[in-house]
Design a binder for this molecule. Structure first.
Ligand SMILES: NC(=O)C1=CN([C@@H]2O[C@H](COP(=O)(O)OP(=O)(O)OC[C@H]3O[C@@H](n4cnc5c(N)ncnc54)[C@H](O)[C@@H]3O)[C@@H](O)[C@H]2O)C=CC1
Ligand SMILES: O=C(O)[C@H]1O[C@H](OP(=O)(O)OP(=O)(O)OC[C@H]2O[C@@H](n3ccc(=O)[nH]c3=O)[C@H](O)[C@@H]2O)[C@H](O)[C@@H](O)[C@@H]1O
Length: 481
């Protein structure tokens, strides 16, 4: 029986291994983590992450051929194939701080694999890593290898949160990179055999190691670039009276461009886009490719611009001050159908409004108060470390934000309402009821373009919706970041 061990029981390790266990009943899969709490949660009825469809898959396989354990060394030493899916945060100190990937967790996992292995292993990079990481990992593994053979493969993950199960069951492609040697080819075949249990052969792409590592960074950079492109257009739409949804639709009809990923928003969030582009920028700089680095840097600059543009719109519309005013924040997760808040644009928007002394009432169907508290007190990039190693600054004594049980409570007596996540339930709210219980004039700032602007204006709201023709009220308000 093939034994697989995955180091890192997170958003990638957990769901990916659950699907492998589901589709390969003859493979034994152990998912291990240094965080005891996370492993306990995976073994409980309250999984540590929210992902539609995940619970059913875990329940079906857990205890059969899927195991969650904190006995890291035991499972690593017994495995034939070891996936490494640990955090690869942005460095906060030293060389490359603010850009380069911090490979501390990866390196410690690799050293541990080298220490405890007694038989040949295939080690799979599942985490997103800088191109050429495999070379460094190989050195760590083969130094002191006691005659054991290690084959390194790059098998980056392309799942998106909220649709992880679907993405894993029916991936656009599975990418496997390996050494162009007989040993490398054998390892690639072994991993390919696992995926081939459910992924059609023509969707399993094999490449050399460096192409696989770089393709992952490139894919995320291209995706984020599309969002920054449409968001840049949204600012121009507001200035000219064009409607960004109409522009996206018209542009996306070109089959060479395609309709996906063209929704204008308050900015992209999530654990990877920014981190991976910063990493790409750093790699370009290290290779002396300054123009290329600057090109990709601009994707992040536009994203930051979009978030501050939104905050400025809110403040400028409300007579240039939100001091002491209650503002409802609907949605805190970085996208719908996930409880994940890593790099969510809501953090920057909330911090921007709190900086102008607003009082916030936050509601998100999947994000807890504790999480919001951590996010609003955490330093930049602090979140991307195992939970027990995260540093937060002490909460402010004067708490100027709170969490509401639902959207109606959040909006009660509020001056304004900001939609920051596109949860389906926000489309179906009784906006007349919300309007009746708000201060007047009542403002709606839709950062996700999900409300019916005409209907809300009919009710009496002053509406700002990203990239849409401006409300007459907003036309005279200077709000460019
Ligand atoms: N979240 C996502 O949607 C995607 C993430 N990725 C990449 O996958 C990697 C992992 O991301 P997530 O799963 O989101 O992170 P995560 O933070 O949810 O999970 C990482 C886990 O690794 C554990 N860990 C860290 N060092 C360890 C060690 N030495 N031994 C055992 N466990 C250790 C942590 O405790 C944590 O539970 C990152 O490189 C990320 O860029 C790639 C595609 C999608
Ligand atoms: O490497 C990763 O971590 C993953 O990053 C993204 O997945 P994810 O961040 O989970 O979610 P996306 O659906 O890509 O959304 C990212 C952000 O962009 C925003 N977005 C997305 C699409 C769009 O049209 N407009 C837009 O603003 C979302 O609201 C969200 O804040 C990629 O889609 C995955 O392929 C990749 O594996």
């Amino acid at each position: 029986m093939v034994k697989i061990c995955c180091i890192g029981a997170g958003y990638v390790g957990g769901p990916t291994m659950a699907i492998i266990a589901l589709k390969c009943p003859s493979v034994e899969v152990a998912v291990v983590d240094i965080s005891e709490a996370r492993i306990q949660a995976w073994n409980s009825n309250q999984l540590p992450i929210y992902e539609p469809g995940l619970e059913e898959v875990v329940k079906q396989c857990r205890g059969r051929n899927l195991f969650f354990s904190s006995a890291v060394e035991k499972h690593v030493s017994e495995a034939d194939i070891i996936f490494v899916s640990v955090n690869t945060p942005t460095k906060t100190r030293g060389l490359g701080a603010g850009k380069a990937a911090d490979l501390t967790y990866w390196e410690s996992a690799a050293r541990m694999i080298a220490d405890v292995s007694k038989s040949d292993k295939i080690v799979v990079e599942k985490s997103t890593v800088p191109v050429k990481t495999a070379e460094a990992i190989e050195k760590i593994l083969t130094h002191n290898s006691k005659g054991i053979s290690f084959q390194i493969l790059s098998n980056p993950e392309f799942l998106a949160e909220g649709t992880a199960i679907q993405d894993l069951l029916s991936p656009d492609r599975v990418l496997i990179g390996g050494r162009e040697t007989p040993g490398g080819s054998k390892a690639i075949k072994a991993l390919k055999d696992v995926y081939a249990q459910w992924v059609p052969e023509d969707r399993i792409i094999t490449t050399n190691l460096w192409s696989a590592e770089l393709s992952k960074l490139a894919a995320n950079a291209f995706l984020a670039q599309r969002i920054s492109s449409v968001n840049a257009m949204s600012a121009l739409c507001e200035a000219t009276g064009a409607d960004v949804s109409q522009v996206s639709h018209a542009v996306g009809k070109d089959t060479r461009i395609g309709p996906k990923f063209l929704n204008s928003s308050v900015g992209f969030g999530g654990s990877c886009f920014q981190k991976d582009i910063l990493n790409l920028v750093y790699i370009c700089e290290c290779n002396g490719l300054i123009e290329v680095a600057n090109y990709w840097k601009q994707v992040i600059k536009v994203n930051d611009y979009q978030k501050s543009r939104f905050v400025n719109r809110v403040v400028a519309s409300m007579f240039n001050t939100v001091s002491g005013k209650k503002i409802a924040i609907l949605g805190f997760a970085f996208k719908k159908d996930t409880g994940d808040t890593r790099e969510t644009p809501a953090i920057d928007v909330c911090k921007g409004l709190l900086g102008d002394k607003a009082r916030l009432s936050i509601y998100d169907p999947q994000v807890t108060k504790d999480q919001i508290e951590r996010d609003l007190s955490m330093s930049k990039f602090g979140w991307d470390h195992p939970v027990h190693l995260q540093l937060t600054s002490p909460a402010t004594s004067e708490q100027i934000w709170d969490v509401a049980v639902d959207a109606y409570e959040a909006a009660k007596n509020a001056h304004g309402l900001c939609i920051l996540t596109e949860w389906d339930e926000f489309r179906k709210l009784d906006y007349q009821k919300i309007f009746n219980n708000m201060r007047k004039p009542a403002f709606m700032f839709d950062g996700r373009n999900i409300v019916d602007v005409a209907k809300l204006r009919e009710i009496g709201f002053i509406v700002y919706s990203i990239g849409k023709p401006l409300d007459p009220w907003l036309k005279d308000m200077p709000a460019v970041a």
